[in-house]
Design a protein around this ligand. Sequence first.
Ligand SMILES: CC(C)(COP(=O)(O)OP(=O)(O)OC[C@H]1O[C@@H](n2cnc3c(N)ncnc32)[C@H](O)[C@@H]1OP(=O)(O)O)[C@@H](O)C(=O)NCCC(=O)NCCS
Length: 186
Amino acid sequence: MGSREREVSDHGPRNTLNPKSQHVIFGKETNMTGKHARDSEVVLSQLMLPTDANPQGNVHGGTIMKLIDTAGGMCAVRHARTFVVTAEIDSITFLSPVYVGNLVTLRAHLNWVGRTSMEVEVCVEAENPLTGEITHTNSAYAVYVALDAGSKPKAVPPLIIETDEERRRWAEAEARRAHRLAMKQG
Ligand SMILES: CC(C)(COP(=O)(O)OP(=O)(O)OC[C@H]1O[C@@H](n2cnc3c(N)ncnc32)[C@H](O)[C@@H]1OP(=O)(O)O)[C@@H](O)C(=O)NCCC(=O)NCCS
């Protein structure tokens, strides 16, 4: 890591350009080695069984919510390489039902990191394995906080941003964070 990448700001994220790679490093702990979002991506697939069903016979919303938190949490752990807790999960909209027999696949990737917190986006799809039809059922944004051995918030590595898509995700996540913190303060 070059010396320009080791600048640390106590007042907010510092965007630092690596002149060799043209990567931009986002995050507060720039004395740590930056990591790519692709390094922590999680793909989790699970077959929905009768034990996942609600009384109507469709898959229980709580089953999907637990899977969202599992995939999102593992993504955060992969980035931080330490224990994490869920600080917040934004509202989840169920766009269409999931049925017993569907293969549900969740894709989780990191959008944003702060000093100790991380925003993970989780997309959920349900596949009818008999027809191959795939339905996007949910998207969710979750915030995880990395913890040290004493259960105190712990700094996480910065995130390396390379693509326009990653820049867009970062900017949108910052807006969501501002809204969350405003709601938290009341
Ligand atoms: C999440 C938790 C560790 C935060 O503790 P805290 O005393 O608020 O810690 P801090 O004020 O130092 O905040 C730590 C980070 O979390 C962020 N944060 C805290 N609450 C947040 C919220 N509701 N939404 C978004 N970010 C939040 C802070 O902005 C800060 O981010 P940064 O370091 O990247 O700037 C604490 O509230 C907790 O342990 N909650 C219970 C978690 C839990 O049991 N989850 C369910 C089971 S895993």
